[in-house]
Design a protein around this ligand. Structure first.
Ligand SMILES: Cc1cc2nc3c(=O)[nH]c(=O)nc-3n(C[C@H](O)[C@H](O)[C@H](O)COP(=O)(O)OP(=O)(O)OC[C@H]3O[C@@H](n4cnc5c(N)ncnc54)[C@H](O)[C@@H]3O)c2cc1C
Length: 295
């Protein structure tokens, strides 16, 4: 791989502090562009390298392995412009924190679906990519359109219901880049601040606090991954510095300087045990890099 020719490029950049797990070795190159045009330059250069590529938002759904990432990591957190358009529409950069969008745009205007986004860490770009949300709604349903950088340039994609589903979407392939979203909000009848306060409090009561990625597994159709793992008696299981939370079985915590292998061991154990006990295949929601083949 060539040396990255940008003032926003950093060699052998440690990734652990850029993830909420606080786990992960160095990226060969990390690029931290501050404008959409710098992202385009970075993308063109990345595409010309014979090396793996990774887009990183707030790192709240990421497990990066201790060996590090042998290619280029593009960090999107500096792209944080927000602009008010007309008729309750807003353009929001991929690097804006989701919670900032909620507090600075949705709450002051009492826009609907705050309950779906409350307490989700990470960036707007990551939330669009993952279609982050809860039973109360999700990010993509609030979008009018999204700007995605693809191999043949920036495309503005009009949002439609069939382009996203539970914790996923089909308009941005891995390695393509969400630059910004245009949100079309709707004023709500219910008090959104009260809803925000309610779900914030509930998360503190029901979810463990600390280094983690939130839910490790997607909920299988008609059930809850946490319930299945708990029914296998795995709550509180520890391996090295990682532990399956005794508060919420779908949370695997970096409790005490866990290695990525410690977390992966528990992920594999939970998958294997749930399959043997319940006949259900759990699918990871957490994004693991470099890729990990479960045992
Ligand atoms: C305590 C806790 C609670 C959580 N609760 C919830 C919840 O209730 N609901 C929920 O859905 N999630 C939840 N999560 C998971 C996580 O916060 C969301 O998935 C979040 O939207 C990820 O955003 P991020 O910016 O951190 O993305 P990252 O973790 O950085 O990346 C996640 C994926 O998105 C891709 N990506 C990120 N930014 C871009 C971009 N600009 N362009 C293209 N691809 C990109 C990455 O390549 C990666 O594949 C929780 C996590 C934690 C730690």
């Amino acid at each position: 791989m060539e040396n990255a020719p940008f003032e926003f490029a950093f060699a052998d950049y440690i990734l652990a502090p850029k993830t909420l797990y606080n786990i992960g070795g160095p990226a060969r190159w990390a690029l931290l562009p501050r404008t959409a045009s710098q992202v385009e330059q970075a993308y063109d250069w990345m595409m010309a390298q014979d090396a793996p590529r990774l887009i990183l938002g707030g790192g709240s759904n990421m497990l990066i392995q201790d060996e590090g990432f042998p290619g280029v990591v593009l960090l999107m957190t500096e792209l944080n412009d927000m602009a008010s358009l007309d008729y309750h529409r807003y353009s929001v950069g991929a690097g804006v924190e989701l919670d900032t969008m909620v507090r600075e745009i949705m709450l002051p205007n009492n826009y609907d679906v705050v309950g779906g986004l409350t307490g989700i860490p990470g960036s707007v770009g990551g939330a669009i990519y993952m279609n982050a949300g809860t039973v109360n709604g999700s990010t993509c349903q609030l979008l009018e359109s999204v700007d995605v950088l693809k191999a043949d340039g920036v495309k503005t994609i009009a949002m439609k219901e069939d382009l996203y589903d539970y914790r996923g979407q089909s308009f941005c392939a891995p390695g393509e880049i969400i630059l910004s979203g245009t949100f079309q909000f709707t004023p709500a009848e219910k008090d959104q601040q009260a809803i925000y306060d309610h779900y914030k409090k509930r998360r503190i009561e029901k979810q463990p606090q600390g280094h983690c990625c939130g839910s490790v597994f997607k909920n299988p159709e008609g059930d809850h991954a946490g319930r299945l793992i708990e029914a296998c008696g795995l709550k509180g299981t520890r391996h090295g510095g990682a532990i399956i939370s005794s508060m919420h079985a779908n949370f695997i915590m970096n409790d005490d300087n866990a290695s990525s292998d410690d977390v992966l061991f528990l992920i594999d154990m939970a998958k294997r045990t749930v399959l043997e006990t319940h006949g259900v295949v759990l699918e990871e929601e957490v994004q693991i890099f470099p890729k990990h083949n479960a045992v």
